[in-house]
Design a protein around this ligand. Structure first.
Ligand code: PLP
Length: 388
C-alpha cells in the first residue's frame, strides 16, 4: 500500500538534495570548526555559508543568526535570554493563548520564577487583536512574543502590526516563525522583529537544528555556557552536518517558495472544499484566508479525532489530531479551546498538512476514504445517538 503523508506541519521529509549536501560533513569533512587546521576551517567555512543563506532568507545579517538545536531551543533562548538580561527593567511578558508548547511551557516556567505573563485571547479564527497587545502593555513589559502562524489551525497572525506597536513602545518583540520561514515570505525588518525562531525540519532540512535571529543590539543572556562558539552566545561544538543541511534546505526554499505556496494553496483549498461538501456537520478551524498555504484543520462532529487518525492510518493515510507534541495527551488542544470550540468538537478535529510530495491523486484518495471512515465511526457513535 502506498502511504500518503499529510502531516508536513509535524515534520517534513529531508529533501534528497539536503541529504546529499550533509553526507560529506559526516565523512570526509568531519573537523571541529574551532580547530585551526584545514579540517576545522573547512567545517567553519561551511557553517558560515549556511549562516549567510539563513540570514538572506529572512533579510537579516549573518552575525544576527545563532544556530540552535531546533525551534524549541530558539524559543527558550529568546524568552529566557530576554527576561534574564532585562530583569532590572521589568518582569512582564505578553504572549498569546495559542502559542506552541515551546513558548507556553517556557512562560509557565518563568511565571513560577516570579515573572508575570499576559496570555492574550484570540478570536474565533485564532487571530490576536493588535489593540489587545497595546492595552496589555505596562511599564514593566519587557517582551512581546506572538507566533507568526499557528501550527495547529494555520492562522497567520498580524505580526507586522504587533511589531510596530512593540517598536513604538520600546519593547522587544519575538515571533515563533517555525511554521512560516521557508513557506511564506518573512522579512525581519518589514515585521519590526527583534527575535525570530526557525526550525530546519519544518522546511525539508534535518531534525535537531534551528536558529534564533537576534537583531544587533538586543540585550540577551546566554543560555548555554561553555566554549566560545556562536560568538559566545551558544556554547557547544556546532552540529556541522545539521547546519549544512539547514543551509541547503533554506537555499531550496528560497528558489521554490512562491511557486510551491501557490500549488499547496490549491491542494489545500480542494481538500477543505471536498471535506466540507462530502461530510455533513463539519467545520473549518482557523482563518479561511489568513492561513498557511499547507494547513487544513477541520472538526468532524460526533467522532473522535484519534479514531479517525487510526482508521486513516490503516488505509495508509497519515494525519494528526492537533499538534504532534500534544497528541499523546487526552486533553483537547489548547488552541481549539482558545478559539471557542466546545470539548466535543475539539476532540473531533483533524489536521491535514500538505507538502512538497503531495499530489492531486493523494487529495482525491483522502476525499474518498475520509467520508467513508467518518460515516463508519458515526454509525457507532454514542455522541450521534444522543444528538438524534
Ligand atoms: N514552534 C512551533 C510553532 C512548532 O510548530 C514547533 C514544532 O512542532 C516548534 C516550535 C518546535 O520546533 P522543534 O521541533 O524544532 O523543536
Amino acid at each position: 500500500m502506498r502511504r500518503i503523508y499529510l502531516d508536513y506541519a509535524a515534520t517534513t521529509p529531508t529533501h534528497p538534495e539536503v541529504v546529499k549536501a550533509i553526507l560529506p560533513y559526516l565523512t570526509d569533512s568531519f573537523g571541529n570548526p574551532s580547530s585551526i587546521y584545514s579540517y576545522g576551517q573547512e567545517a567553519k567555512g561551511a557553517i558560515e555559508e549556511a549562516r549567510a543563506k539563513v540570514a538572506d532568507l529572512i533579510g537579516a545579517r549573518s552575525e544576527e543568526i545563532v544556530f540552535t538545536s531546533g525551534g524549541t531551543e530558539a524559543d527558550n533562548f529568546a524568552l529566557k535570554g530576554i527576561t534574564f538580561a532585562n530583569e532590572s527593567k521589568g518582569n512582564h511578558i505578553i504572549t498569546s493563548s495559542i502559542e506552541h508548547h515551546a513558548i507556553a511551557e517556557t512562560c509557565k516556567f518563568l511565571e513560577r520564577r516570579g515573572f508575570s505573563i499576559t496570555y492574550l485571547p484570540v478570536d474565533e479564527y485564532g487571530l490576536v487583536d493588535p489593540d489587545d497587545v497595546k492595552k496589555a502593555i505596562t511599564g514593566k513589559t519587557i517582551l512581546i512574543s506572538v507566533m507568526h502562524a499557528n501550527n495547529e489551525i494555520g492562522t497567520i497572525e498580524p505580526i507586522a502590526e504587533i511589531g510596530k506597536i512593540a517598536k513604538e513602545a520600546g519593547i522587544y518583540f519575538h515571533s515563533d516563525a517555525v511554521q512560516t520561514v521557508g513557506h511564506i515570505p518573512v522579512d525581519v525588518n518589514e515585521l519590526e522583529m527583534n527575535l525570530l525562531s526557525i526550525s530546519a525540519h519544518k522546511l525539508y532540512g534535518p531534525k535537531g537544528v534551528g536558529a534564533l535571529y537576534i537583531r544587533k543590539g538586543t540585550k540577551l543572556a546566554s543560555f548555554m555556557h561553555g566554549g566560545e562558539q556562536e560568538r559566545r552566545r551558544r556554547a557547544s561544538t556546532e552540529n556541522v552536518p545539521g547546519i549544512v543541511g539547514f543551509g541547503k534546505a533554506v537555499e531550496l526554499a528560497q528558489q521554490e517558495m512562491n511557486k510551491e505556496a501557490e500549488r499547496l494553496t490549491s491542494l489545500r483549498d480542494r481538500l477543505i472544499k471536498g471535506i466540507l461538501e462530502r461530510i455533513d456537520h463539519t467545520r473549518l478551524n482557523g482563518h479561511p484566508i489568513k492561513r498557511l498555504p499547507n494547513n487544513v484543520n477541520v472538526s468532524i462532529d460526533f467522532v473522535e479525532g484519534e479514531s479517525m487518525c487510526l482508521n486513516l492510518d490503516l488505509e495508509g493515510i497519515c494525519v494528526s489530531t492537533g499538534s504532534a507534541c500534544s497528541s499523546p495527551s487526552l486533553e483537547p488542544s489548547h488552541v481549539l479551546l482558545a478559539i471557542g470550540l466546545p470539548h466535543e468538537q475539539a476532540h473531533g478535529s483533524l489536521r491535514l498538512t500538505v507538502g512538497k510530495w503531495t499530489t492531486d491523486e493523494d487529495i482525491e484518495r483522502v476525499l474518498e476514504v475520509l467520508p467513508r471512515i467518518a460515516a463508519k465511526l458515526r454509525a457507532m457513535s454514542p455522541l450521534l445517538k444522543s444528538y438524534r
